[in-house]
Write a new protein. Structure first.
Length: 348
């Protein structure tokens, strides 16, 4: 069993935004043996799994994550030996308890993200000022313009520059678009066997969670923080799958309830500690840490709600949960509205 090692390298020939993204999901390490077994497993293949039995009462958040995890990993019936559970959880615990080790795996976000966060509450910041700030990174500008022209935003006229994106989306909308562009490669980049299997669905749920959080926030400065919390909360989950790919070479993961619960706990701890290393606002870090806990602060409660709505949307769309299941029926009026909105607005 190999211990976690970082083997990345610096390539000055690549743009900065791609260098720091490549550090987390670099291609230097060879793929695990599982990738050579001829299996073509992608999240779409999991859609054929039978829906979970209809429960009489809504699932708890822990139970909902377990269902989501089972769907992500395919519920392979050839389960690994029990000692594999222990090894994986020990490695995740070691990483979650050691910020230095986590920092060795995770690069810092582009400089433009902290700048955007600092400008969020600056009422004197104009659209032109914001466009000038973003223009410092030409690669990011190109990505933002391309994204603004995508079906996700469906502009009536082509957006040709950052100024046009500001006019289309407004300042807060542009901040959310930039965060989406910046964080997508971190979560959606496919690596080893399990990262390749899980990444597309994890990114889709991250986008849905971010959108749900922003819609439930009521607008204002809190809207971007809510959106950011939704995007970042799964970073630790993706890192956990990357870690498993480095220490484990089989294609079956543990599926026990206790493993799912602890796996989720460690993934959330990783997300919060990585966010803190990125100098994400303390309120966002706190929300990720405390989401789902009793007496959690408002943003944490909102994030837990958005996470639940987005996971339900994913599982209903995958035919894992029925549309009229108690979980969906138990949503509030606002949550049901957002649940429907997530179906209408599928990101590309």
């Amino acid at each position: 069993m190999r211990r976690l090692e970082w083997t990345g390298h610096h390539d000055p020939s690549k743009p900065m935004i791609f260098r720091w993204l490549a550090r987390l999901f670099g291609t230097n390490a060879p793929p695990p043996p599982a990738l050579e077994r001829g299996q073509d497993l992608v999240p779409q293949d999991l859609d054929n799994l039978a829906p979970a039995p209809l429960a009489d009462t809504p699932r708890t958040d822990v139970e909902l994550f377990a269902d989501f995890y089972h769907w992500l990993t395919g519920e392979n019936q050839q389960l690994p030996a029990i000692h594999i559970e222990k090894i994986i959880l020990e490695e995740l615990s070691r990483l979650a308890q050691n910020p230095e080790a986590a920092a060795g795996m995770v690069p810092r976000v582009p400089a433009v993200i902290p700048q955007l966060l600092r400008s969020l509450r600056d009422e004197s910041m104009s659209g032109a000022d914001l466009a000038k700030q973003i223009s410092q990174d030409v690669v990011l500008v190109a990505e933002v313009v391309r994204e603004a022209n995508s079906p996700y935003y469906a502009p009536t006229a082509a957006v040709r520059n950052i100024e046009g994106a500001v006019m289309l989306l407004g300042q807060n909308g542009l901040r959310m678009l930039i965060a989406r562009v910046a964080f997508r490669p971190i979560i959606n980049q496919q690596g080893g066997y399990f990262a390749k299997l899980a990444a597309p669905a994890i990114w889709s749920q991250s986008e849905k969670c971010a959108l749900a959080a922003s819609l439930l926030s009521g607008g204002g400065p809190a809207q971007f923080e809510a959106y950011l919390a939704g995007l970042i909360e799964n970073v630790g989950l993706m890192v956990a799958f990357r870690l498993i790919d480095q220490i484990y070479s089989d294609t079956a993961l543990p599926q026990s309830d206790d493993f799912c619960r602890r796996f989720n706990t460690y993934a959330r701890m990783l997300s919060a500690r990585i966010a803190r290393l990125w100098e994400i606002p303390a309120s966002v870090v706190e929300a990720i840490e405390q989401a789902g806990e009793p007496d959690a602060p408002p943003l944490a409660r909102l994030l837990a709600c958005a996470d639940r709505v987005s996971k339900l949307r994913m599982l209903v769309d995958a035919a894992r949960i029925c549309e009229d299941a108690p979980d969906v029926q138990a949503l509030s009026t606002d949550e049901r509205r957002v649940f429907a909105k997530l179906k209408e607005q599928e990101p590309d």
